[in-house]
Design a protein around this ligand. Structure first.
Ligand code: TGC
Ligand code: FAD
Length: 390
């Protein structure tokens, strides 16, 4: 990784502002210095490296676009994307932690919370003093979150929350969780649940082969008394959590490019150095086909992400446009990881190189935040007007 050369085949840097480049380069330098050297061991041990939380906050990865008055970095959407790209070049699990904190915890508190909630939580989330998780998925409701059974009842001076969430990033160490649950009328609301509330537990999910440097777990609620002031008042219905997903999926469409860049760069360098049959394997047509297709796909993904960022800055990006980019760019990255791994031969399966870790991580990325197939159906619905979900 010391020699990392970021591919920029179409001079996309020329389309970025000074601020974008500054933010991107700061994130890139930090990943190189503080993430790349430790991440392989963390992944092998299946431990989230908590030592990097301060650094993530410093590069603006916790709330990049949240206004400065709430402790956020006050940046635009392209800067947010570039930060995600650089972090995921290091590891998708680290990017997951940042995505959840920013788009799934800070975003709903900022957009759907009241001023008191914003002031209480956002500045601490921005520094990493508080870490958050986002509970939407349940054991029996993944792609179909609208079917959720987690529920809360109005008990006069508090709400009583019952149910369980599964596959929750950051859950084992989160201080707060933004939890989506149905009220007695079946309407979905967001509640802020705090660690320490009686009846709230967060068991860790073990034995993952993917996203091993990210901590995943459950959120279990057994008669948890949630103060009424912890309900997010300004939006309800399934559209509320889905609105958060739009922001996270946008970040992932950039993040996946980072993972792909790292795989491409590693394979390119390796193939120029690795000699077989008396010549670098980069000289064989079959290997060049892989490299040529990789750089073509990365370039297409970069242009898609950049245009989407422009639309998002103008508040014009549709959910369906975001789905298309998430689906395309993650698929692009996982295919590049698989091809790049082959180019390294046996070396490709070891932790000496980052490729196999990226490849395994991307199996989660292509599944969470809406699976590859769900995003295809979202595009299908958008272009035909007919839902094929149900
Ligand atoms: P449907 O009837 O289509 O929609 C219900 C309501 O929601 C509105 N809506 C959206 N609003 C904002 N943003 C979006 N992207 C929206 N998509 C839909 C819609 O207009 C409607 O509003 P209203 O007012 O008419 O009620 O809902 P459906 O039940 O048919 O399901 C739709 C579907 C399949 C698209 C959706 O449920 C879906 O996206 N499923 C995938 C689930 C998913 O992505 N889960 C992610 C969990 S979080 C996670 O994975 C974090 S990973 C950690 C990390 O990020 O690193
Ligand atoms: P299912 O919904 O059971 O899907 C199984 C298969 O069926 C998939 O291939 C799917 O595409 C397909 N399928 C489903 N419905 C249809 C349909 N209508 N038509 C065609 N095919 C269909 N969730 C959170 O809320 N918060 C988190 O922080 C979080 N972090 C995660 C971290 C990791 C490491 C992982 C793996 C997941 C995480 N998730 C999180 C959950 C993630 O969002 C879900 O796994 C995902 O939405 C898919 O749900 P499921 O696993 O229940 O699969």
């Amino acid at each position: 990784t010391d020699l990392f050369q970021a591919p920029d085949y179409y001079n996309i840097d020329d389309l970025l502002t000074e601020e974008h480049l500054m933010v991107r380069n700061a994130a890139r330098d930090w990943v190189k210095k503080d993430v790349s050297p430790i991440i392989e061991e963390a992944a092998q041990k299946a431990e989230f490296p908590k030592s990097i939380l301060g650094g993530l906050a410093e590069i603006g990865a916790f709330g990049p676009y949240i206004p400065v008055e709430y402790g956020g970095a006050g940046l635009d959407q392209i800067s947010y994307g570039l930060i995600m790209q650089e972090i995921e070049r290091g590891d998708s699990g680290v990017r997951s932690t940042a995505s959840v904190q920013s788009s799934l915890v800070m975003y709903p508190i900022w957009k759907y919370g009241n001023e008191e909630q914003r002031k209480k939580y956002l500045p601490k989330l921005a520094t990493g003093e508080f870490m958050g998780s986002f509970g939407l998925t349940e054991p029996d409701h993944g792609s179909n979150p609208g079917g959720m059974t987690t529920n809360f009842k109005d008990k006069g001076d508090h709400y009583l929350l019952n149910g369980a969430k599964m596959w929750i990033s950051n859950s084992p160490f989160c201080d707060i969780a933004v939890v989506w649950a149905k009220n007695e009328e079946g309407r979905i609301h967001g509640l802020i649940v705090e660690r320490g509330m009686e009846g709230f537990s967060t068991p860790e999910t073990h034995n993952k082969w993917s996203l091993r440097a990210s901590s995943t777990g459950e959120l279990i609620f057994q008669d948890v008394k949630v103060p009424k002031e912890n309900l997010l008042p300004n939006k309800s219905g399934l559209g509320a959590p889905l609105g958060c997903l739009d922001s996270a999926r946008f970040g992932i469409s950039w993040g996946a490019i980072g993972a792909a860049m790292d795989c491409y760069d590693t394979a390119l360098r390796y193939s120029k150095e690795r000699i077989q049959f008396g010549q670098p394997i980069a000289g064989f047509q079959l290997q060049q086909k892989k490299l040529a297709e990789m750089i073509t796909e990365i370039t297409k993904a970069q242009l898609m992400a950049l245009r989407l960022g422009q639309l998002k800055n103008e508040d014009k990006a549709t959910s369906a446009q975001i789905s298309m980019a998430k689906r395309n760019n993650v698929d692009m990255a996982i295919n590049i990881a698989r091809e790049a791994r082959q180019m390294l031969g046996g070396m490709g399966i070891t932790g000496e190189y980052s490729i196999m870790r990226h490849m395994m991580n991307l199996e989660s990325v292509i599944t969470y935040e809406g699976t590859h197939d769900i995003h295809l159906l979202i595009t299908g619905l958008d272009v035909t007007g007919i839902s094929a979900f149900k």
